[in-house]
Design a protein around this ligand. Structure first.
Ligand SMILES: Cc1ncc(COP(=O)(O)O)c(C=O)c1O
Length: 473
């Protein structure tokens, strides 16, 4: 659509000086040329009309008309009678390395087994939109101010109900801090702990490497604790002597094992004895397929366990919504960190999420997704049993991924490369091992985002990659 030259004024950061030796027109030309070349002005970006720019920088319109004509002749601008001038396509493509980088991206995988993202194609858009509309229709002008840095009261209250009902979390809305996802929550807690004098934080090995980086940035030293078939090796805490422990008790990430009852008891006893804190990352506990869900660790000792959750696995990572349930002893310190991080999470979305929870939409979505994911898990386990009979498939009872342990004659990296050549993407245990440990080669396969037929076809391709990799080593 050709916009009229005069339709809407556009601002442009450009200034001219009458003191220098360059003419006004040359100054306009040089600044625009440079901005287009270095990508500050992107291709097809609108620039002000000659009349607007002349007015903005206080020069005669003729000067701007001549400068634009020169830039158009050089191919930088596209100037047509009656249409708003803009940066030309050709100039930007020639001058901007970024356009070249973007076009060199590899083709998307045919089969994407990487874990971590749920099936976002089923995001309940209509229900979310309804809650968002409801939020905008009902919030007051005062709600559009800064508000409580812990988050919107209606959401904290709905979360306290939901977490108590579904996860056995013991909390009051006052103790909940809404975050921009788990990762931010972990950072806030680490900084609050460091400010209170904590030095060392225990992390599972294997676990998400980002958690260690978050802790280091907050000034804490990560110490690594092993994981076996009963979950985190609580007996190693004595040697590591941390002030805090991060763990995923419901479904260890990425091995998929559940922290046993004995380990839970031993962990809580250790925390009490050493006046230490646990951070419970309850990232995907809503997905349990064969048995009832195990309650949150936090419910057993709300004064020693900080509970952390997020919508990234249940709804979509794009929401960037999470929560912390913080014991009273650390609450003020965590709120303080939240204020300095961002003064609070975006509150219109919080109102929408509160409405979404209150309408039972999260429960409804999870019921639907659990059935769908169970089908995908069964398809994956069935296909793996057939195509890779020597593999041990573990971590199948919960979550959105399984682990596939192979005999020692296989090599994780070689399999990954062979798979990538076939446009199959996956992760391996090495992606999560924080210290090199001699362990059996293990693949990590997420099944959330693929249909059952795609899973079966993907496993077929993956088995070819596994066989080819064996020949290579
Ligand atoms: C172990 C674990 N915890 C938490 C999260 C969620 O993080 P966030 O809420 O920052 O998206 C993820 C996401 O992949 C995860 O793998």
């Amino acid at each position: 659509m050709a916009l009229e030259e005069t339709s809407q004024p556009i601002e442009l950061l450009l200034s001219v000086s009458r003191a220098g030796s360059q003419t006004l027109g040359a100054q306009i030309e040089n600044q625009l040329r440079r901005a287009i070349r270095d990508g500050t002005l992107r291709r097809r970006a609108w620039v002000p009309s000659t009349r607007d720019l002349a007015r903005q920088i206080g020069v005669s319109r003729r000067v701007v008309v001549d400068a634009y004509a020169q830039l158009a002749a050089e191919g930088y601008l596209s100037v047509r009678q009656g249409a708003r001038p803009r940066v030309s396509e050709a100039a930007a493509a020639a001058g901007q390395g970024r356009a070249v980088v973007a076009s060199a991206a590899p083709p998307p995988p045919r089969f994407d087994f990487r874990p971590s993202v749920p099936d976002v194609s089923t995001f309940p858009r209509a229900a979310w939109l309804r809650s968002l509309r409801e939020a905008l229709a009902t919030i007051t002008d005062a709600d559009l101010g800064y508000g409580d840095p812990r988050g919107v009261e209606a959401l904290r209250s709905a979360l306290a109900d939901y977490l108590g009902r579904v996860r056995g979390v013991v909390t009051d809305p006052e103790q909940i801090v809404v975050t921009n996802g788990y990762t931010q929550g972990l950072g806030l807690v680490c900084r609050a702990l460091a400010a209170a004098g904590a030095k060392r934080i225990a992390l599972d090995d294997p676990s998400n490497p980002e958690d260690g980086l978050v802790a280091v940035r907050a000034g804490l030293q990560p110490v690594l604790i092993g994981v076996d078939e009963d979950g985190t090796r609580v007996d190693e805490l004595e040697r590591a002597d941390p002030d805090a422990v991060v763990l995923t008790p419901a479904h260890q990430h990425p091995t998929g094992v559940v922290l046993t009852g004995e380990r839970r008891t031993a962990l809580l006893a250790w925390l009490r004895e050493h006046d230490a804190i646990a951070i419970e990352d309850d990232y995907d506990a809503e997905y349990r397929y064969d048995r009832a869900a195990i309650g949150a660790l936090q419910g057993l000792d709300p004064d020693r366990v900080i509970y952390a959750g997020s919508t990234s696995k249940t709804l979509a990572p794009a929401l960037r919504l999470g929560w912390l349930v913080v014991p009273p002893s650390l609450l003020q310190a965590v709120i303080h960190e939240k204020v300095f991080a961002d003064r609070g999470t975006a509150s219109i979305e919080q109102h929408a999420f509160a409405d979404f929870l209150a309408r039972g939409q999260l429960d409804r979505h999870l019921r639907r997704m659990r059935a769908r994911y169970r089908g995908r898990r069964d398809a994956l386990v069935g296909a793996l049993t057939e195509a890779l009979p020597k593999a041990a498939v573990r971590g199948v009872a919960a979550g959105l991924h399984v682990t596939v342990e192979l005999p020692d004659s296989y090599n994780e990296q070689a399999i990954k490369e062979e798979a990538r050549d076939r446009r199959v993407e996956l992760e391996t245990m090495s992606d999560y091992r924080l210290e090199p440990r001699d362990r059996s080669p293990t693949l990590i396969l997420g099944y959330a985002q693929m249909s059952e037929p795609a899973i079966r076809a993907g496993v077929h391709e993956l088995a070819k990659a596994v066989r080819a990799a064996r020949v290579r080593v």
